[in-house]
Design a protein around this ligand. Sequence first.
Ligand code: XLS
Ligand code: NI
Ligand code: NI
Length: 435
Amino acid sequence: MSAFPDIAKIAYEGPQSKNPLAFKHYKADEVIEGKTMRDHLRFSVVYWHTMCGNGTDMFGWGTAQRPWEAGLSGLDLAKARVPVFFEICEKLDAPYYAFHDRDVAPHGASLRESNKWFDTIVKLLKAQQKKTGVKLLWGTAQLFAHPRYAHGAATSCDANAFAYAAAQVKKALEVTHELGGEGYTFWGGREGYSSLWNTDMKRELEHLAKFLHMAVAYKKEIGFKGQFYIEPKPKEPTKHQYDSDAAACLNFLREYDLIDHLKLNLETNHATLAGHSMQHEMDVAGAAGALGSIDANTGDLMLGWDTDQFPTDIYLTTQCMLSVLKYGGFTTGGVNFDAKVRRESFEPVDLFHAHIGGMDAFARGLKIAAAIRADGRLDAFVKNRYRTWDSGIGADIEAGKVGFKQLEAHALKFGEPKLESGRQEFLENLINEFI
Ligand code: XLS
Ligand code: NI
Ligand code: NI
């Protein structure tokens, strides 16, 4: 039984189409830079916002109309959502999805019961994956909703909460492995603090590192080959999250000898909450060889919280795809829509408009990025800007052949450096030629 009998499989109709339920730019089989759009973008739909988001906010009840949920609760509701979710993915032609343990299956009265219910749903997920061909981009454990994690999970003041979280991650890893997941994400919603008066930060960070090392060990033990990611976010729900931005995550991973085991899963709205652009975060991760995957959403820059909106800004998607192409493309990661429809967009069809828009925005970003690269002027400008490093004294510095004494001799001989314009406006105009 279809949950969306009036919605057919979304087809590519081209830029001239006025059909809101068609792709104008995402043409899965179109080849760009030697790869299909499908393989470049690796779109993924998230279970939590798409199936469980009901429009609740701190001032109001849920608004979402979800006919397939009528009269159901608990495990029955969880079961009913599974085929609906896969129908959405299939109709969107999205090759991947992502989930938390506790959004696909409900919290049980005990860990044992939660695991049992999770197993029941996992069987359904597996069957749907087989039926539809939709694959798992990454799994994760929800370690932030339940009161037991009020003080954190891996960074809790209570070792018993740490143990409970470890048990949850152990199970989530087994399930992700079972479902053929290509990755596993750690986002620590409560891994931070609200007040430093009651917090031993050093100890909490050491515990977080221990937790991740245990996960690495367990991954090896069960033979899970997927990529681990850590997802930066500066605040919300805590005042300060330990994984605050890409640079902080990389520093943490290096300090605790985890750098070879985790890449970053970057989210646009988290970047802007941290006071960075997504382009900045992607460059920081890319330069460190740690650009793993992206949670493709956007925030409202007028608001100071994580609005998780669908990405529609072509400048943003162009920047994202320029970074992705620059750093060699996704391998295990993808464009994961960690995004939710607005509280006012409560009809089921809004879920389709949202994803179609995001996919088209990223398809355009990909095409524009490829055109900018093919044109070559942007790359040539940047390369030329650094030309003094390609030979002579610059090359000697980069090769570590000279020290301060030789540089002093050079400066005395060479004299005043010749200033050249950075041409920011020229380059901004150049980018606009393609948008
Ligand atoms: C919340 C995070 C979360 C992670 C997965 O802000 O983005 O959804 O992606 O736990
Ligand atoms: Ni996210
Ligand atoms: Ni978010």
